[in-house]
Write a protein that binds this ligand. Sequence first.
Ligand SMILES: [Mg+2]
Length: 347
Amino acid sequence: MPTTVGSDGWGRILARSHHVKGLLRCLEGMSPCVWNVRHGEMHHVRLVRKSATCPPSGWFVPDGACALCARAPSTGEGPVRMGICVEVQVLGAIAGDVIGSVYEWHNTKSLDFELFSEQSRFTDDTVLTVAVADSILSGAPLVELLRQYVLAYPRRGYGGYFRKWVESGSTSPYGSWGNGASMRVSPVGFAYPTLEETIARAAESAAVTHNHEQAVTAACAVAAAIFLARTGVRRHEIQRELETRFGYDLSVSLEEIRPSYTFDVSSAGSVPQALRAFLESTSFEDAIRRAVSIGGDSDTIACITGGVAHAAYGTVPPEIRSAVLARLDPRMIEVVEAFSQRYGVSA
Ligand SMILES: [Mg+2]
């Protein structure tokens, strides 16, 4: 939900999706209350207050001249004071993908690089992550949603075998050992109440396409890392658990990995490195920078690291979140917002 707020506290909100159910809430005893805003409507708003429960950009109250606040939808009384929550949570994996997108083909080996540029965009990692989130939310079979999302968002850098699988119409997995199942698995890490269920669901989500042991193991490790991080398990215990359960050696530092690391889309050749980037990190942004700094399949590595880092640090920083949201499609934002609300993925 893009906003600009001037020094006088007045700004504008442009509705980008057909309705923003869940984003608009009445203040002062009228919550919860849903307003439908038509696509393309512009509303004039004024920042009036922030509270502990508000997202960083706060709550906005429409101008009295705005049709939105002229009447309360439930009582017909008006004008009412009304707040608009303008921040949508974004999954850390998506932030990692968008930031890494420009470095996949122009690797950097530095921690000091521009997070966003005109070329930054969401790629296959984001599309398929949203498909997994949608499947968890709706209960629709993942195999169908993967295909639907690829058709809805073509030309986003899908792997060759995966694209062929989509085009073939097959509902059988194709034995891939690539990192595609790990890059899309992060919603699984946020959605289930126990580690065992998380791992079981991660294996299922991988196996619809990537039914190679290497790929299934990696997807399970990523989901497990997210579960452990979001439930407050300490860093060194997460490392030990991942090494014990999944057989990874996560002791090799990025400093050792970086000089000789090159493009590698295998699960075994990219997922441990992504997990290591998280283990060495000091903040969400630092985790993403470390992930990109080894080079290779940067958007996917940063996507995997980003999911775990989001779970560990509890949030995606607001300035990163808004830069990512500005590059997402409204339909994706709705799914991500619904998922975040359902599973308490928040700041
Ligand atoms: Mg990609």
